[in-house]
Every structure is written in C-alpha cells, then in structure tokens.
Design a protein around this ligand. Structure first.
Ligand code: IPM
Ligand code: MG
Length: 367
C-alpha cells in the first residue's frame, strides 16, 4: 500500500527523535512491502527563522491532504520573547485546527523497570495500561464569548464551556470504539453534578451505551476521578472527557509512566478502529516537548516518537500488524537493557538517541 506522510520535525530534540522514528518506518516499509511517500517541511521556531511564520499556509494545506502528519516538537528560548508577534506554538494550534483533529489520544503504560522512577509506590503503578481520550477542538478552549474587559467595579473575564450533541457524540464514539478493541471498560469523566454541558455529555453517553452492549461504562466526576487516577490507576482502561478536563487529567496520568520520554500521542479527525479496517486522518506527536537543554547531544529518548509511529500505523494507515511489530521491537530493546539518559538507573551507562533508534529498527527487521 502507498501512503502520504507529512513530516515536521520542528525544534530542539524534534529533529533527532524524528530521525530515529523515520529509520524505524523505513524498516517497516521494507519488511512489510509498503511505500511511504514522505515529505518534510519546517514548523515552529525553525519556520519562523526561515520564513517569518510558524506555519506556512502551503504546509497546512499539505497536512490536510496527507494520510498522516508526523510531528516532532516546537518552541524554545530563542522564540519565547513574550512581545514577539509570532510564536512557535501558533504552528501547532493552527495545524490541529486545519486538520480538524478533535480526538486526542494519550496512552499511558507503566514499565516495570520505571516503577521506582515515579513518585508513587511501585505497587500502585505496576501494570497500569490506560488511554486518556481528550476532546481537542471544543469546550473552554474555543467557546465564545471569551474575553477580558474593565468595568466600574473592577476587571472581568469570561470563558465559555459549550458543546454540541455532534461534538460530544463523535468523541464518545472514539471512546467506545477503542474500549471495544481493548479491555472493554470505558470511564466517561464529567462534572454532571454542576455543569449543564456535563449533564448533556452523560445523557449522550448513556444513550450510546445501548449501541455498545459489550462495553461497560462507568461515569465518574472529574474531581474524584483525579483521586482514583493516583490511588488505583489499574482500574482504568479507556477514559474519555472534554477538553479542559483532558488537559489536566492527561498530565496527571503521564506521571504514572515514570518518564515523558516514553509517551506517544495521536490526534484524530475521525473514529478509528483498532483492527485497521477503519482509518482516520491524524496528527502524531510525542508528548514531551523540545527539551532545549539536551538538544543536539544525543541524549533524547526516541521511544515516545517511535511509539507515536506505531499509533500512526494503527490509526491512520490501517496497519495494526506493523504497529504491533514496532511496539514489540521497543519492548525488545528495553528488555535487552538499553536505556537512554532519562530512564537509565543510577550508576549505569546510557545509550545515545541513535543507538536506541538503531536497536529498535534492527529488532523490527529481525521480527
Ligand atoms: C497540551 C498543552 C496545550 C494544550 C497547550 C500548550 C496549549 O498543554 O497539548 O496538553 O493545553 O492543549
Ligand atoms: Mg496540557
């Protein structure tokens, strides 16, 4: 099969980790007989330096026309002057919007060897394997009115939490479908004791559950859910929630993994299936940022980006077998004891970004 993939490495460690991910993708292409039609461009600070804008309109256009966008990271001290008229992050937000990627998927898996790297007890985090699905293009982030103004009795501000049935239905469907392909447990997170949008959310979730008799739905209030997430994270399989709740809970959930260097993410413009028979256009990025302090030193962990490639293979290219091969290759490299600087045990030697990438690519090739 032939696929069009736009690659935007971005800034900081973005280009280094993307390099390793592309190496792995190339091995997948050879081994499974696919042709990945890659095109690369600049985004973020790199684009500001070259073109004066964080994202060229042609690049956004290309992203929309591609099967998938593989993205590194954007930003850095060089471009973070608060008075600057263009910011690297503008490129990211514009791309999310241009591609209409409403479903942000953030899997969190705990690795046994990292259980001591979290602030929680190993007995709590061991075996955690969950997915946070966050609504990404609605809610407080985009609802209008949204402004600040002065009045005679002081300053005021307003943000608006607004959701349509269509927006709620489509994100819940992503939740039900992904739960169906896993342990069949869906936790729908809301604040239905206070918010009208949450009452609508819960009502729609209850209605939709009739279509998915095989999936058990649990409705949780966001405040108590945030407690459960650190008290008993193993109880969660797939969690689905609106934009702001998802922003907060996905950061909380990421702590369970032990290192940001291991966590991938996908943002989808449709409802995918885990078995590959239904594909969705997607935006793929590791959840870590540009890490300017270690950029260019070979210290970055490429695993988050390589696992991001696995998500791309599964959700946008409809290649679940290939996705699994990449995930198993990551496990093999870790089982063989290879560790980058962020995950190495005290007193042990870390491998470089390239060494880790090579080991994973070879493990895919060997199968
Ligand atoms: C995230 C980030 C962004 C968000 C920021 C940088 C705008 O926190 O992707 O979670 O809030 O969506
Ligand atoms: Mg966030």
């Amino acid at each position: 099969m032939q696929f069009d993939i736009l690659v935007l490495p971005g800034d900081g460690i973005g280009p280094e980790v993307i390099n390793e991910a592309l190496k792995v993708l190339e091995v997948v292409a050879r081994k499974f007989g696919h042709s990945f039609n890659l095109s690369q461009d600049l985004v973020g600070g790199a684009a500001i330096d070259a073109y004066g804008v964080a994202l060229k309109p042609e690049t956004a256009q290309k992203a929309r026309a591609s099967d998938a966008l593989l993205f590194g990271a954007v930003g850095g001290p060089k471009w973070s002057d608060p008075t600057a008229s263009v910011r690297p992050e503008d490129g990211l937000l514009a791309l999310r919007k241009a591609m209409g990627v409403y479903a942000n998927i953030r899997p969190v898996k705990s690795y046994k060897f990292l259980a001591n790297a979290t602030p929680l007890k190993p007995s709590v985090v061991e075996g955690v394997d969950l997915i946070v699905i966050r609504e990404l293009t609605g809610g407080l982030y985009y609802g209008l009115p949204k402004r600040r103004w002065n009045t005679q009795r002081g300053r005021r501000g307003v943000d608006t939490m607004k959701y349509s049935e269509r927006e709620i239905e489509r994100i819940l469907r992503v939740g039900f479908e992904l739960a169906r392909g896993r342990r069949k447990k869906l936790t729908s997170v809301d604040k239905a004791n206070v918010l009208e949008t949450s009452r609508l959310w819960r009502q729609i979730a209850q209605e939709m559950s009739a279509e998915y008799p095989d999936v058990t739905v649990d409705h949780q209030l966001v405040d108590s859910c945030s407690m459960q997430l650190i008290q008993n994270p193993r109880r969660f399989d797939v969690m689905v929630m609106e934009n702001t709740f998802g922003d907060i809970l996905s950061d909380e959930a990421s702590v369970l993994a032990g290192s940001l260097g291991m966590l991938p993410s996908a943002s989808l413009a449709g409802v995918p299936s885990t078995d590959g028979h239904r594909r969705a256009r997607g935006f793929y990025e590791p959840i870590h940022g540009t890490a300017p302090d270690i950029a260019g030193q070979g210290k970055a962990n490429p695993i988050a980006t390589i696992l991001t490639v696995a998500m791309m293979l599964r959700y946008s290219l409809g290649l679940p077998k290939e996705a699994l091969a990449v995930e198993q290759a990551v496990d093999k490299a870790l089982e063989s004891g290879l560790r980058t600087a962020d995950i190495v045990a005290a007193g042990e030697r870390a491998v470089t970004t390239t060494q880790m990438g090579n080991a994973i690519a070879e493990a895919v090739a060997r199968g």
